[in-house]
Design a protein around this ligand. Sequence first.
Ligand SMILES: NC(=O)c1ccc[n+]([C@@H]2O[C@H](COP(=O)([O-])OP(=O)(O)OC[C@H]3O[C@@H](n4cnc5c(N)ncnc54)[C@H](OP(=O)(O)O)[C@@H]3O)[C@@H](O)[C@H]2O)c1
Length: 334
Amino acid sequence: MKKYNVAVVGASGMVGGELLDLLESRRFPVGEFYPFNSGRRAAYVKFRGRRYACAAPSLAALKKADLVFFVSTDEVAERFAPRLAAAGVRCIDDSARFRLDSRVPLVIPEVNGAELKPSARLIAGPNCTLTGAAVALAGIRRRFGIKELRLATYQAVSGAGKAAMGQLEEELRGYFRRGRVTRAAGAFPHPIAFNLFPQVGGFDAAGHSGEENKVEAELKKIWGDSRLKISSTAVRVPVLRGHSLSAWVTTRRPFTLAALQKELRRAPGLKFFARPQDYPTPLAHGHRTSVVYAGRLRRSRISPYEFQLWIVSDNLYKGAALNSVQIAELLARA
Ligand SMILES: NC(=O)c1ccc[n+]([C@@H]2O[C@H](COP(=O)([O-])OP(=O)(O)OC[C@H]3O[C@@H](n4cnc5c(N)ncnc54)[C@H](OP(=O)(O)O)[C@@H]3O)[C@@H](O)[C@H]2O)c1
């Protein structure tokens, strides 16, 4: 079997740590392994029983790899990925930098993997929030068409990286020491312990948050449907891991609940719970889980063309690291 020399840029981060575990547990054929971090602090990672020191990336060092996973920042991906791709190095980028670039495929293997050309050198993975909706609704969309999608998203703290996790932990420690919550340094504009807020990212002039805009634009690209109408409210909640979505879906053609259930049962990468009381939760279904979970399917009371669904997925696995590894596996098989 062909082996790939693999570099991971952002190996010391939340997604990076999961990516290393997945490369190992899924036995991706890694030859040489090169981990990178910002270089601003010493960081060590363990891979296949060996301890590696992370280094700051350079073009020359990254060119030693056949495959580079970018799990760091938009700026880092921008600085290196196009030049590496032009030199023939395959780059899989989890940052937002190239997701909406028309030359770059934006891929969830279960949803649009068939369109990925083996010659692709720079491939983007989508935002972790829309992945659950894209996977859960793909089959229903093909059969009944989706005209409008409204989402309320309940997003875990780990979606904002290790600084955010540090903020939650520090605020919880402070609460148990002093009996009150005060905002700790980290990633969020408000305390997140025992709190929630309708802000994920900054706001645009119309008042939509960065996350809401990403979900809308990226889902249209992945489904290849510019006519789709999407509206969402993204909420950060004090959950460690696992994003939850409440979806209101309006179809183009009439549906029966039985037909929706059939599509949900056979959707690749989805586990559907038919009984209302079996709904998924982030704690039970969002920690190191490889599939997306959905439940609480019901007709909406507003329109005969509308149904509601509850969706949970692991933002660090299917929303990021696992999706990237699955893209690499798909290309390795091609
Ligand atoms: N968290 C999620 O659920 C999720 C989901 C989908 C996509 N993503 C995307 O995945 C990426 C990583 O997210 P994360 O949550 O893992 O963030 P994180 O926990 O903050 O980790 C960021 C990683 O990037 C490294 N880094 C920062 N600046 C760098 C630089 N100039 N050069 C090289 N490495 C640098 C950091 O190294 P140091 O240790 O030295 O700081 C760290 O390893 C982001 O682009 C994010 O948008 C995240």
